[in-house]
Design a binder for this molecule. Structure first.
Ligand code: MOS
Length: 717
């Protein structure tokens, strides 16, 4: 398989997106549509004792109100699997949980009907704050390599501190929505989801449907970020309404309700202790972390995901715990564990380097990792130091004055130059794809994958048009559709490492099949023209691909709609993607406002398949890392549970004025082992370490070490 650089081409869907013709889940207009709105619980914990629908039914246009009695009892729990999201139930486990669904001829009537419902609750005491005394602390399994306690005892220098990352909510532009249509015994659901497969599975189990009775389509996603990777609370409700009423039903979940019902990034507290030895290298790491969890959710405290392998330190002791609270389930939000972990760890590394009188770049370069200390396996490709060197060169790091507070603009603005690194596990899943090329100039590639704007279609097109003589304009990429190919959840930065190899294998297999078909006939022209010349309407092949160490078991799991991921530990090696960020901050002398005029980020994601969308991914990750460091936090309402700042007016994000130039560099060297193309992954590593680099830059600007995000003006007064 060729391992040449891929060209920089435009996004395949750029034009339709700019024209507004790209169709998202809620854009599907089906005749005779009904509209729905849910009624959120106003208590944090307890029971619905009485719920009268009479006032809602009197609203003109309301056709039905669904309550707990309209749903089958929840199916039995599958051992080891997360429980399916309950439908409407009378047990309230978090504020904002839906207690009724109003279905009407118009969205206005649905809203008016929902506002007319005032359930009576029996509420009980609840716990919503991580830092409160007496919260339930559930320890998870330790992550251990070597003997960190012994090495720490012998350390010549130590640094120990606690770092805090707040609860945050992703706010993709596209709201959560479900459009469901029950027709001829088949339920079709249109929804912006990263997991058409999981949505299908939950609908089958909640509503007792067979596989052939459920089709889920997610044609485009207006931002996923992990929020749309799990099954949403509203999906079963809307599907049930469509089945009961025999008409299509649509609901777009209002922004405020998204805050209360979707997953979120939980608050996490990171206690890190680093020790260094006489050589000036880090010799021991102790890292104890806990985070906010729901009562029964399974989003574990897996923060030791990249730190143990980052800097070649053999002695590591990682402990972690869930703090069980009365909230909806937290979950994946871009760079879920490495973002808060890298903020904490890269801050701690900077603090230790400062204590040792070492330059942060030189200090990190001393720590090249070769093996995974948790299993002794080699790290298959680690170009982190290349990222650091190239980033330092582009940034002009050699002009940095090392003393904090030593760089200023003439107006007194303090300048800070900081850096931080990140890593993210390289994960892959199996794929089963079909590729059809037709004489009429069109082609169709159907495979697992969901387009959330990250560019998965652009990436697939790059591989197919490199390897196949076809017309790119006629190529249809059928993804995010359970009726097109077995779907696997798209998340964890595994889209390209899974999709690019199967696209390459499909192209190779089709080219071979074409050679057979042509049987020695030589016809000039592309594949379409060759097929036309021999009067064949089309040629089609099917191909399957698995990650290293995977086989028929994982293919069966894929076919059944399950999770079948491998990595970052594979049978013979471990592999990560890496990034180095260099950040310049300006701290205004009077307002103490922090702005970020300049960032250089250099990434090692293996072979880059789609340079255009890859660069865009890094920019997005950097923007989010800055926003996390300086703005974003969701505040718990300790009186009533739920969230206080549940709208975009009060949930602050960084804006254009906060961020200037972002220069993205790519090492673009293939990983030799993970797949034939050498592709690792990119979407999440982009954000890993950005917030730490911002914290380190603020320290360099001001001499003030901030350890709790977001860093606000009041922290710098
Ligand atoms: Mo990503 S947070 O695994 O969609």
């Amino acid at each position: 398989m060729s391992n040449a650089l891929f060209p920089n081409r435009p996004r395949v869907d750029a034009r339709e997106k700019v024209l507004g013709t790209a169709k998202y889940g809620a854009d599907f207009a089906i005749g005779d549509m009904l509209y729905a709105m849910q009624v959120p619980a106003t208590v944090a914990k307890g029971q619905v004792t009485t719920l009268s629908i009479a006032d809602a039914m009197r609203v003109p246009g309301v056709v039905r109100v669904l309550t707990a009695t309209d749903f089958p009892p929840p199916p039995p729990a599958v051992p080891g699997a997360s429980p399916p999201p309950p439908m409407i139930v009378t047990d309230i486990t978090y504020r904002g949980q839906p207690v009724a669904l109003v279905v009407a001829e118009s969205i206005e009537a649905a809203i008016e009907g929902a506002e007319a419902i005032h359930p009576v609750y029996a509420s009980v005491g609840f716990s919503s704050v991580v830092d409160a005394a007496g919260v339930a602390n559930e320890r998870a399994k330790d992550v251990v390599a070597g003997d960190a306690n012994a090495k720490m005892a012998n350390a010549t220098m130590r640094h120990k501190a606690e770092y805090v990352s707040p609860a945050q909510h992703h706010n993709p532009m596209e709201l959560l929505s479900t459009t469901a249509h029950w027709q001829g015994g088949v339920l079709t659901v249109y929804e912006g989801t990263q997991s058409t497969n999981l949505v299908k599975g939950v609908l089958m189990s909640n509503l007792r449907l067979d596989p052939e009775q459920v089709v889920v389509k997610s044609p485009q996603i207006g931002g996923g970020f992990g929020q749309k990777g799990s099954v949403q609370r509203q999906t079963t409700l809307i599907a049930r309404a469509a089945m009961l009423l025999g008409r299509p039903v649509k609901m777009v979940v209002p922004r405020g309700q998204v805050f209360h019902n979707a997953t979120f990034r939980p608050k996490s507290r990171h206690r890190i202790e680093l020790g260094s030895d006489a050589s000036g290298r880090i010799s021991a790491i102790r890292y104890d972390v806990d985070h906010q969890a729901s009562r029964s959710g399974q989003f574990g405290p897996d923060y030791h995901e990249h730190v143990p392998q980052m800097y070649g330190v053999a002695d590591y002791l990682g402990t972690s715990a869930d703090i069980r609270l009365d909230t909806q389930d937290p979950g994946y939000m871009r760079c879920p564990y490495p973002h808060p972990a890298a903020f904490a760890f890269e801050s701690a590394v900077d603090e230790l380097a400062f204590k040792l009188g070492e330059d942060p770049v030189e200090f990190r370069l001393k720590h090249k990792a070769e093996v995974d200390p948790l299993n002794g396996k080699p790290l298959s490709s680690t170009f982190l130091n290349d990222c650091i060197r190239e980033g330092a060169r582009r940034f002009g790091w050699d002009k940095r004055k090392s003393a904090p507070g030593s760089m200023r603009l003439p107006d007194g603005t303090q300048i800070g130059w900081g850096m931080g690194c990140g890593a993210y596990p390289v994960i892959t899943h199996p794929s089963i794809a079909t590729l059809r090329v037709r004489a009429d100039g069109t082609s169709r590639f159907a495979v697992a994958g969901h387009e959330m704007g990250q560019g998965i279609r652009s990436m697939l097109e790059q591989v197919l048009i490199r390897d196949l003589a076809i017309d790119p304009a006629g190529l249809q990429l059928a993804i995010g559709d359970t009726s097109a190919a077995p779907q696997h959840t798209t998340a964890g930065s595994w889209g390209t490492a899974s999709g690019a190899p199967v696209a390459a294998e499909a192209a190779a297999k089709l080219n071979l099949a074409m050679v057979d078909l042509m049987a020695g006939r030589r016809i000039v022209g592309n594949l379409h023209q060759q097929l036309a010349a021999i009067r064949r309407p089309y040629i089609e092949i099917e191909v399957s691909h698995v990650g290293p160490g995977q086989g028929s078991k994982e293919l069966a799991t894929l076919r059944a709609g399950g999770y079948a991921i491998a990595g970052p530990e594979y049978p013979a090696f471990t592999t990560f993607s890496y990034i180095a960020h260099f950040v310049e901050v300006h701290v205004e002398p009077r307002t103490r406002r922090v702005r970020v005029p300049r960032v250089v980020s250099v990434v090692d994601c293996g072979r880059v398949v789609s340079p255009r969308t890859a660069e865009s991914q890094v920019r997005g990750g950097v923007v989010w890392g800055i926003s996390a460091a300086l703005r974003e936090a969701t505040d718990v309402d300790p009186r009533y549970g739920g969230w206080l700042n549940n709208d975009l007016a009060d949930y602050y994000v960084a804006v254009n004025a906060d961020i200037g130039e972002i220069d993205v560099g790519m090492i673009d060297k293939p990983d030799p082992l993970v797949n034939p193309l050498g592709v690792k992954g990119l979407g999440e590593v982009a954000m890993s370490g950005v917030s730490g680099a911002v914290a380190n830059a603020i320290f360099h600007a001001t001499g003030k070490r901030l350890r709790e995000m977001p860093f606000r003006i009041e922290d710098l007064l």
